[in-house]
Design a protein around this ligand. Structure first.
Ligand code: CO
Ligand code: CO
Length: 302
C-alpha cells in the first residue's frame, strides 16, 4: 500500500483475489478492572482490521506482566477479557508471547483477509461525501478522569461498554454502501485522523453541534482534566483547522481515543440506505461533516 497513506494496517496479496491484512497494538491498563482492560485492548487491536474493510481471522496475544508483582489471577482475567472479544469477533486465537515486565501491557497481533479490490484506504474522499463517526469522542478525557478519581461507577461502566464494543457491526454496515475512505479514531484524535483522510487534496466541514461525546467530558474538561496527548495533538494539528476554534469542541476533537469508532467518507447518495442498514443492525452513528472542494487540506469548524 506504500507508506504515504499512514494506513491502519499492512496488506499483502497472497494470491489472486485474496490479501492478508496485519496489525499489532498493545498498551498499559486504562481501567482498573483486569477483565475489562482485556476486552478493551482486544477490541482496540481488532479495530484496525475493520477500518481496512477486512475480516479478522487469527490473533496472537502479546503480554507484558509480572506474576510476582500482580499475581496469576489478574493475568487470567486480562486474557479472559481478550478471549471473549476474540470469540465474539469470530477470530481464532493461535497463541502468543509473554515477557516478564513490572508494567502491565496487553494487546493482539491480528491477521485479517480482504479482496484486494475491496481494501478501504484512509484517504480518497470525494467532494460531497458525508463524514460518518460511529462512537462518541472523549475516551481520553474520561480515562484521565478515572485516574483523577473523578468519575462515578455508572460513568465508568458506560465508558467501558463503549470502548469494548467491536467495530465489527459498524464495519459490516459501512461495507454495505459506497465508501471512499475509512479509518478508526485512535491516538491522534478526530482531527489527526481526519487530516490523514483529506491530506492536501480536499477539505472538510465539521458540524460542531453534531459531534458526539460522552456527557461527562465537558465538565471534566472545564476542570482541566485533559490528557497530555490532547495538547500534543492540538499543537500538531490545529494549524489545519479554521472556523470557530474555541470552547469544549476545540478540546474534544483533539482528544486521543482508545478503541474509538470508525470514521469514513460515505457517498453522498447513499446516506438514506446507510441509515436503513445501520438501524436494522443496531449500529449507532453520527453525520459529523461533509467533504468540500476548497479549501484543500483544511478542516472547517462550523
Ligand atoms: Co487505526
Ligand atoms: Co493501530
Amino acid at each position: 500500500m506504500g507508506i504515504e497513506g499512514f494506513e491502519d494496517a499492512g496488506v499483502y496479496r497472497i494470491a489472486d483475489g485474496v490479501a492478508i491484512v496485519q496489525t499489532v497494538d498493545f498498551f498499559t491498563p486504562i481501567v482498573n478492572d483486569p477483565y475489562s482492560f482485556g476486552q478493551i485492548a482486544a477490541t482496540n487491536s481488532l479495530s484496525d482490521i475493520y477500518a481496512m474493510g477486512a475480516t479478522p481471522k487469527t490473533a496472537l496475544n502479546i503480554v507484558c506482566f509480572s506474576v510476582k508483582k500482580y499475581g496469576a489471577q489478574v493475568l487470567k482475567e486480562i486474557l479472559r477479557g481478550g478471549i471473549d472479544k476474540i470469540r465474539e469477533a469470530g477470530v481464532s486465537l493461535l497463541g502468543g508471547h509473554s515477557v516478564e515486565d513490572e508494567e502491565i501491557k496487553y494487546g493482539l497481533c491480528v491477521t485479517g483477509v480482504v479482496h484486494p479490490d475491496r481494501i478501504l484506504r484512509n484517504y480518497g474522499a470525494w467532494e460531497g461525501d458525508w463524514l460518518i463517526l460511529t462512537k462518541p469522542l472523549g475516551t481520553g478525557i474520561l480515562n484521565t478522569g478515572i485516574k483523577a478519581d473523578m468519575l462515578g461507577e455508572k460513568s465508568i461502566a458506560n465508558l467501558i461498554k463503549i470502548m469494548a464494543t467491536l467495530n465489527r457491526d459498524a464495519a459490516h454496515v459501512m461495507l454495505s454502501v459506497r465508501v471512499h475512505a475509512a479509518t478508526d479514531v485512535t491516538g491522534f484524535g478526530l482531527i489527526g485522523h481526519l487530516k490523514e483522510m483529506i491530506k492536501d487534496d480536499i477539505g472538510v466541514e465539521l458540524f460542531s453541534k453534531d459531534i458526539p461525546y460522552f456527557e461527562e467530558a465537558p465538565e471534566l474538561a472545564s476542570f482541566g482534566i485533559l490528557p497530555g496527548g490532547l495538547y500534543r495533538n492540538r499543537d500538531f494539528y490545529s494549524e489545519h483547522v479554521t472556523g470557530k476554534k474555541e470552547g469544549f469542541i476545540f478540546d474534544v476533537i483533539f482528544d486521543p481515543q482508545t478503541s474509538g469508532g470508525l470514521l469514513f467518507a460515505l457517498h453522498q447518495d447513499d446516506l438514506s440506505q446507510f441509515d436503513k442498514n445501520a438501524h436494522s443492525a443496531g449500529v449507532e452513528y453520527w453525520v459529523i461533516g461533509r467533504f468540500v472542494k476548497e479549501p484543500k487540506g483544511k478542516i472547517i469548524l462550523r
